[in-house]
Ligand binder design. Sequence first.
Ligand code: HEM
Length: 180
Amino acid sequence: MDKPKRYHPLLVGLHWLSALLIIFMLLAGTFLLANQPNAPAKIPVLALHMITGLLILVMTIVRFIVRLATPKPAPASIGSAFLDRVGVVTHWLLYLGALGMGISGLGIATQSNLFAITFGGAGELPRSFYLFPPRIGHEYLSIAMLALIGLHIGAALLHQFLRKDNLFARMSFGGKAAGN
Ligand code: HEM
């Protein structure tokens, strides 16, 4: 059977929505949330972060299943076997990183009783979330994710504008796709 020219529309939608949400969460988490003192005013900000983070976690799992279950376009080449391999590994690491962020976030929230505090009005925020080990993983993973996303965007731009293979069309709902 011929390979499709673009990814499944559900995968395309999930890709762009999760990309926006993940970039927003990484920047807002690093520059706003992590620098805010653990006072009552932080509770609604944390609630928004947790809901968005859980949404990303669910979307990542659904996306992974859709990716396995639907036909994919033929592998794209940037003209170097090594860089093509780096591309494939980066894609898997992005999935793993998004899963890891959600799971370590859940770990912090469970250990610090954060669901009851943010959504049940139970008690005060802990002095610091670094009292809970998953907080350290959450931070290192966020740095790794920023680096991976930089690599991913760089490679996509290289394909699009240097190799001019119109790779973006594979991750779109219509138009002329790469290989057409
Ligand atoms: C893909 C999903 C997620 C992303 C991208 C994300 C991103 C971040 C980032 C960038 C930070 C700050 C890291 C730092 O610079 O130290 C952070 C902190 C935090 N996140 Fe997440 N997060 C996600 C999911 C979650 C989930 C699901 C929860 C809880 C249910 C959660 C709870 C927290 C908490 C409690 C902190 C600590 C805030 C502080 O130290 O003041 N996160 N997150």
